[in-house]
Write a protein that binds this ligand. Structure first.
Ligand code: PPS
Length: 305
């Protein structure tokens, strides 16, 4: 199946040209946010769709009607995609807007408003693997080749949307610059969905009743989202996303990187991580809960011996 390989370069960062144009990227960077807007920002494959679903359910008090009838990209459109202006014309208030843009491109526009900004990030090893497999399916992304070659580009920051390290450093350092800023990790959402949801509700000032919380958690679970055609991307035509190559809702786990990374590749990422993230003060969860428990047990046994 042919690739839709056109590339847009904007401020030295490459973007898939099939969905972004100079005009749409300029539109995004000079966007006039409203104070009532809710803006979800992520590096690709970090939990965007999950947060779009969570926000949508919170705004609808756990009622899944919209989540099961309207695709996520229509409920929370990508600011930098060419179709955003048309979708925003009919958007309800508060508008929910999504972006993968790095902070240097979007911060000036956001600083000028009181929009509520949600930043979701995920450990870079799981991001790299998820992104790699998505490149195999998504015809608007370049053919990724071997994982080793893709990892080189990921570490150099020459993949589409730029460097994970710059993205996470940039946005997590923006707390001071943006009046209403909330950040959360994929791992936190995974390990403690209920308290993640409570934190989100508090930030959005949308408290939920217990049954609304239960419904939101149910519809945001990986199992539910995997089957929901409004979020699992099966609605996207085959010539844009080749569904025979994999699933968008692929595994939804912490620590899946271990099935793709070799020890050498893991060490390579660790080295770049150490160099670029050492001043970030951020800590990441790299392993599944089972692996964490195994390590803890082994440590306890060693200490007891
Ligand atoms: N509810 C829920 N629980 C756990 N994990 C989830 C959930 N929803 C989406 N996912 C996983 O998120 C990955 C896709 O990330 P994004 O939505 O950011 O992708 S995109 O940037 O919008 O293309 C992709 O991760 P991988 O499975 O590791 O590839 C999805 O499976």
């Amino acid at each position: 199946m042919a690739r839709l390989e056109d590339v847009e370069t904007f401020h030295n960062i490459s973007f898939p040209g099939h969905m972004h144009t100079q005009k749409s990227l300029s539109y995004a960077t000079s966007f006039q946010f409203q104070d009532s807007d809710i803006v979800i920002i992520t590096y690709p494959k970090s939990g965007t769709t999950w947060m779009q679903e969570m926000v949508s359910l919170v705004l609808n008090r756990g009622d899944p009607t919209l989540s099961t009838t309207t695709p996520n990209w229509a409920r929370a459109p990508w600011l930098e995609h060419y179709y955003c202006p048309q979708v925003l014309c009919t958007a309800r208030c508060p508008r929910v807007i999504t972006s993968h843009l790095p902070h240097q491109l979007l911060l000036p526009a956001l600083k000028a408003s009181k929009a509520k900004v949600i930043y979701v990030f995920r450990n870079p090893k799981d991001v790299a693997v998820s992104y790699y497999y998505f490149h195999k399916m998504a015809k608007f992304l370049p053919e990724p080749g071997l994982f080793d070659d893709f990892l080189d580009k990921f570490l150099e920051g020459t993949v589409h949307y730029g460097s994970w390290f710059d993205h996470v450093n940039g946005w997590t350092n923006s707390v001071e610059d943006i009046e209403n800023f909330f950040h959360i990790t994929y791992e936190e959402m995974w390990q403690d969905p209920r308290s993640s949801l409570q934190r989100l509700c508090a930030f959005l000032q949308r408290p939920l009743q217990e049954e609304e919380v239960a419904s939101t958690l149910k519809h945001c679970s990986f199992g539910f989202m995997k089957e929901n055609a409004m979020v699992n991307y099966t609605l996207v035509p085959q010539d844009i996303v080749d569904h025979s190559q994999g699933k968008f809702m692929r595994k939804g786990k912490i620590g899946d990187w271990k099935n793709t990374f070799s020890d050498v590749q893991s060490h390579r990422l660790d080295t770049v991580f150490k160099a670029q993230m050492q001043n970030s003060g951020l800590t990441f969860i790299w392993e599944s809960l089972e692996a964490q428990k195994r390590t803890l047990r082994a440590d306890t046994q060693t200490a007891a011996a």
